[in-house]
Design a protein around this ligand. Structure first.
Ligand SMILES: [Zn+2]
Length: 275
């Protein structure tokens, strides 16, 4: 594949890349982030049909089916309507600067007597069910897996996008809208996916700075948790993980006299990404 005039174009006979236009798109933008989703739909075809419908008021740049086949619906330099109300660190409104990639997947499954069903009543065999805890939830639940072909297509698109645009971040819809959305959820290997694309051993090398003086570093993700330290303006911290809009970070320059490694939770809204 390659990108020609803001659209994917195939370079190998084995690739399936088609463009299906949708009226559900905004004006021009410069993409600097990628948001990964699942469709929560019945099939890639039904999701593409939905994203074409003006009633849907929703769309994505890319839809990938379970065979890894790719449908592009919006040029990469135009806004698609995939993110909704969204925030990550000091940035909000991700439709304005992000590319949305949707993977065909029904999402969370319900277990009834050892059988697994999607929200629309379809049954799935045990072999395609992932049992895992969503990072924003307390207990284990059931999710439809993503296929290798799907993840591979997604990876190749992200790599191309990173070569073409100045992409700073790849995030899940559940990262930027943690109270509304649970996609792509725990069945998507987000950490290793990001690590491979950004050429890192792990995904912990994102550096943020504190944007407000005396920001509380807390023992948990919320203002009810105890404050461990007050971080001065511009303190640099390393991102470890996020939960419901809060970031668990490692403080790179310890402000206190103690030289102990300092870890804790900071409200994501008080952080700005450095690299
Ligand atoms: Zn989504």
């Amino acid at each position: 594949m390659k990108i020609v005039n803001q659209k994917l174009s195939k370079t190998l006979a084995s690739e399936t890349v088609t463009f299906t236009a949708t009226p559900n798109k905004g004006d021009e933008m410069v993409p600097d982030s990628i948001i990964i989703h699942f469709t929560a739909g019945r099939s890639a075809e039904s999701s593409v049909a939905w994203f074409k419908d003006p009633e849907a008021k929703a769309s994505a740049h890319i839809v990938i089916d379970r065979e890894g086949k790719i449908t592009q619906m919006v040029e990469f330099n135009r806004k698609a309507w995939h993110a909704g109300v969204s925030r990550w660190a000091d940035r909000s409104g991700f439709n304005n600067f992000s590319i949305g990639i949707e993977l065909d997947n029904p999402g969370r499954l319900t277990k009834v007597n050892d059988r697994f069903y999607s929200w629309f009543g379809k049954e799935y065999p045990k072999e395609v069910v992932v049992e895992a805890k969503h990072k924003h939830e307390k207990s284990i639940s059931f999710w439809h897996n993503f296929t290798e072909k799907q993840i591979d297509s997604c990876f190749r698109i992200c790599k191309l996008l990173m070569e073409t645009y100045s992409i700073k971040d790849i995030l899940g819809h559940d990262d930027i809208a943690p109270f509304r959305k649970n996609d792509p959820g725990p069945a998507f290997p987000m950490e290793s996916f990001r690590a491979k694309l950004f050429g890192r051993q792990d995904d912990t090398a994102d550096i943020y700075k504190i944007t407000e003086n005396n920001t509380n570093l807390r023992t948990g993700a919320g203002t009810t948790f105890e404050s461990i330290a007050k971080l001065p303006l511009n303190t640099e911290v390393e991102f470890v993980k996020s939960k419901s809009g809060w970031f668990y970070v490692y403080v790179l320059k310890t402000p206190a006299a103690s030289g102990e490694p300092l870890y804790g939770w900071v409200s994501g809204s008080l952080l700005k990404k450095l690299k």
